[in-house]
Design a protein around this ligand. Structure first.
Ligand SMILES: Nc1ncnc2c1ncn2[C@@H]1O[C@H](COP(=O)(O)OP(=O)(O)OP(=O)(O)O)[C@@H](O)[C@H]1O
Ligand SMILES: [Mg+2]
Length: 235
């Protein structure tokens, strides 16, 4: 582990009018680390990802990538600096082919020459390169979403419910993909409801409830924590 965090989110707050969806949430992420972001529906997980990736402007707090403040940058500039994210509902360019979707991302990347893995090969879609993106199943679209992110050679990837709806074999497949990415030094924030999947992928979890951090630590410890248990049983 290097001594400088790749990503530091400090005191991130997001208000929608009078409603505070995210309340002073902080997270530091080091190279090769994977942190699970967990919490009931509406607890602020996607809002956190949107604020970190720049889809929403933070109401308060800072976001740093390798120590450099990026909170004033739009999403595409953050992506170019190595901050990738996937979407809870995948958003491919539907009328383009699978290959074209990745090529669009590649064109945009600064770090093309450093990539030694083909993104479509990596996510298992190499044989479907000619298919229109909107003809893919949701699961295939999620893989394509990941391939498009990887085309940007990111150092940090925010993964928003990639595993939801996958079969057990697809789950273990995606878990190994994410673990392979970690081995290259990539850091991951993994939003997920499935505990088995989290167990296979993350080192620790940050648990949110109503926009606030209620726990940060190991996955096993989380589920012997009274507050966490209460929030999940109360659902
Ligand atoms: N653009 C928005 N405008 C107003 N309220 C919003 C907006 N985006 C999110 N919210 C609200 O903020 C809260 C947190 O939503 P968020 O999508 O971050 O939850 P989540 O933890 O990702 O939930 P889920 O598990 O259902 O995906 C919810 O109450 C949601 O309705
Ligand atoms: Mg969400």
């Amino acid at each position: 582990m290097s001594d400088a965090p790749l990503l530091s989110a400090i005191g991130l707050t997001k208000n929608f009018g009078g409603f505070r969806a995210l309340d002073s949430v902080s997270l530091e992420l080091y190279p090769g680390e994977a942190v699970g972001l967990v919490g009931p529906n509406g607890s602020g997980k996607t809002t956190f990802i949107n604020v970190v990736s720049g889809v929403y402007t933070a109401s308060a707090g800072t976001v740093m990538l390798r120590g450099v403040g990026i909170e004033d940058l739009p999403p595409h500039r953050r992506a170019r600096l190595g901050l990738g994210r996937t979407f809870q509902v995948p958003k491919p360019l539907g009328n383009l082919t699978v290959l074209e979707n990745v090529q669009v991302a590649l064109r945009y990347s600064k770090a093309v020459k450093n990539r030694d893995v083909d993104p479509l090969e990596f996510v298992g879609l190499a044989d479907l390169g000619d298919r229109r993106a909107n003809s893919l199943t949701t699961m295939q679209q999620k893989r394509l979403d990941l391939a498009r992110v990887l085309a940007l050679s990111p150092s940090v990837v925010l993964v928003n419910e990639l595993a939801a709806g996958l079969s057990p074999s697809e789950l273990s497949d995606i878990a190994s993909l994410l673990n392979e990415l970690r081995k290259t030094g990539m850091a991951l924030v993994v939003v997920e409801h499935l505990l088995g999947f989290l167990e296979a992928v993350v080192d620790r979890v940050l648990v949110l409830d109503a926009g606030r951090e209620i726990f940060s630590g190991g996955l096993k410890e989380a589920f012997s924590d009274d507050k966490v248990v209460e929030v999940f049983l109360g659902q």
